[in-house]
Design a protein around this ligand. Sequence first.
Ligand code: TC6
Length: 725
Amino acid sequence: MAQYARGSTVAVIRLCNPPVNALSRAVLQALEDGLKKADADPSVKAVMICGENGKFSAGADIRGFSSPERSGGALGPIVSLIESSEKPVVAAIEGVALGGGLEVALGCHYRIAHMKARMGLPEVTIGLLPGAEGTQRLPRLIGVPAALEMITTGKHIPATEALKLGLVDEIVEENTIEAAIRLANKVIGQPLGPRRLSLKPVPKLPNMEAFLDKALVKVKKQAWGCLAPELCFQAVRAATERPFAEGVRRERELFQVLLSSGQAQALQYAFFAERAVRRWATPSGASWSSAAPQPVRKAAVIGLGTMGRGIVTCLVKANIPLVALEQDLENLNKGRKAVMVLLEREAMKMEGGAQTLDFHNPARLQFTVDFDQLRDVDLVIEAVFENMALKKEIFHKLSKICKPGALLCTNTSALNIDEIASATNHPQQVIGTHFFSPAHVMRLLEIIYGRHTSPTAIATAMQLAKALKKVGVVVGNCFGFVGNRMMFPYIQQAVFLLEEGSRPEAVDQVLEDFGFKIGPFRMSDLAGLDVGWRSRKDQGLTGPSLPAGTPARQRHGQRYSPLPDLLCEQGRFGQKTGRGWYQYEKAGGRTATPDPWLLNFLSQYRDTHGIKTRFIDQEEILERCLFSLINEGFAILAEGIASGPEHLDVIYINGYGWPKHRGGPMFYASTVGLPRVLAKLQKYSEAHPDVPGLRPSAFLKKLVAVGNPPLKEWMSYLSQQSSKL
Ligand code: TC6
């Protein structure tokens, strides 16, 4: 709702729709009524619009975009109504003014903001554009370059920057509402024409065309298959080419295109999925609503390899005092140097420079080889080499040294949390925290509870994720957890496709065209083929422990491809050795080019194993890779390893480069239609009966059998599953 109140001469309209004053239909109606009332009341000389609870408004109600009675369409005319008022209207911006909220403020004749307020037009991030005339007003106010940047990236800007850009007229440190009322009183009677943005020309640039052409190239490059940034660009371009009213018409057309695109739905689903996973729950009944986190006043990181360095960096950035431990002085000094380089770089990026990151102070960041220094920490993150014996040894030590309540986290991508916990006296405090490389950049934190992990431990790990500005997703304990477990069949299919006749660049291209930032082979070269090789040797799938007489392309009666092992035996570990699935300009090089050696090698391999090379089309590549990954997702849901499809999607978007505009693998499956996914899996499974990853999961079959229900209903069918699942 919007509350209307009349002071002596200034009418106050307060947007109120907790928690963020989203502009629902009811709010818009009340806003319109308030404006009309103020207009009709001769004693009112000016109007002030503000938001309830220190927040102006986070924009249109995103949930409303999927309902037939959409709230968005009504906003443009209301913004026009504000602007055309014969009485001055002042926006008092506190907290946030985002999307439609900022568009309302752009309709006002004056804008005054609190120092700590943030503003932005983030519609692009949910697959839309500022469709309440924002693409036409903003360039008129702050110029085309700054408007384009805000509209095509959706970034939020602080009030100080808004003032510099001319987006707000004034910023205040104290009471914004009082300041806005003062301003409103001051401007009564002043001409409003110059304050109406729709009447202003778009500021000219000497080389507008050239500027726009260059900007479009940049926007397309960053969009990575996502429609909204380019359509946002086109709407702003219209502002530079057409009068206001025509620009608005163009904006509406483009808005409709986006609104009906599947991408907007996918991005809006992703927005809510990210928020839904905060409300975690486990099958044993522990949940976010009853578990309280314990405070983390001091932490420790063990191991300063690539992962440990990134983890230290994010803890320092989160202002958590920290002890960083290595096994010996040589590794400690190497690790310390690398951490300092990372921190210097991060400090440069932060507002205020190195002053804001206090990492030279040993009381905040201490490097040591002495385990005794861990006695008083509240939380330890172990980030050593992926080796069970080593991890158990460390956890045994930790359980003796750390104080009884300390949370003991292991950064592992696949190892059994329960086995690690068995080395301690406090298994309830042991939890998996799977960071993604580079740990100070990637947003995902997979949080894995073991059999004994306490609800407090889970809540504390979730709280840590929030402090580190990461998305924490709580999942159960199984090999590879959620992310890597779903990745195994995907990678496996990619390699099988090579055996059958495809090429790394063909497979990568299909998946990159789908929207992945990087295809499976380029990714494997980047991560290093030796990592998987080591794990397969540990599992006895290859190397000296493989029993003599094991067929080359079979393990435990299932199809196996030794191709990655053979590459490793040749020293082809990927980028680090300059050769992998591709060749690189040098060891450590980044530019992948197809390697004729590999083509030759593949052809000999096929001859050796009597595989008839066949042409594999793009559809088969895409379906076999993606549907096998999705199939594993259904198995994960059925086993209760994750509590909903949103968890899998949030993991994939934030940790595995899944294109957000496709909403995550499970959302994608729902858009493809489960009957189609099932039919294709059945077809591929019949062609490859020795590949379990292609065998449709029982849960997928069940969902198809009950009529392909919408994603949000999937889990309700699980409780009705037979115990055979
Ligand atoms: C638009 O305006 C288009 C206009 C053109 C029309 C023609 N709607 O993120 P939080 C909910 S498009 C509905 O946890 P924070 C959110 O789901 C819109 N709900 O808090 C959550 O609910 P839950 C353009 C919304 O402090 C709760 O509020 N605007 C909306 O970390 C708290 O949110 C945007 O894209 C909404 N607009 O961050 C802004 N916004 O508790 C989107 C939030 O049930 N919002 N909710 O899970 C944000 O970026 C952030 O929410 C925030 C607050 C920065 C406002």
